[in-house]
Design a protein around this ligand. Sequence first.
Ligand SMILES: N[C@@H](CCC(=O)N[C@@H](CS)C(=O)NCC(=O)O)C(=O)O
Length: 216
Amino acid sequence: MNEDLETLALYIAPGACSRVTMVGLEEAGLPYTIRKLALMQGDQRKPEYLSLNPKGKVPLLVTPDGLLSENVAILSWLDAMSPAAGLLPEADRPFERARALSWLAWSATQLHSQLYRIRMTARIHPDAATHDGVRHAALAEMAQQLDAAEQALADGRPWLMGARWHIGDAHVAWVIDRARQSGLSMDALPRVTALLDRQMQRPAWQRAVARESADA
Ligand SMILES: N[C@@H](CCC(=O)N[C@@H](CS)C(=O)NCC(=O)O)C(=O)O
């Protein structure tokens, strides 16, 4: 842990992708406070939050150097602050590190954007008659994409990179947890299901979930 780091503040919403940022902070053992937004009540669109993050999204991390949004950026920064935590492979293994970032970026862009279509369908098209079709197509695309993760977990590999966990595993776990709550069939994804179970066993994940519901 980087002893020079002041306590960080993280804007989150329970159940949102800020869960992955919290897991990163917990894995790194960095002290942080959380500030909760109620997304369904529109806290993210209020002027006071937009003045901090004009994107109107969580997570947003308050660091000693300034504000940082976007999970991939925040998690890369946390890894740089706490390299021993193993959020990403070591800097002296640049190709392994890039491959781990590739999984993380894939989950944060490709998978998350399908999840958005599945869960926030009314924002994709105002006509409710289109919603089932949009959701169905996004679920099919998500299942097809997740086959890449299913293949990466062949031969008993516990994590996407093999024997070692990295923060991309947590992001994929968060996406599939939300997607299966919204109708994604896990029948053809037994190894991905096992990855989610494994991720949920990690104490850092459990602490993050507990803090989402406990902290003010
Ligand atoms: N690309 C961003 C995505 C952030 C994002 O979409 N956050 C969602 C929660 S999972 C959000 O704040 N949604 C509020 C809204 O869309 O109004 C990241 O990876 O950090």
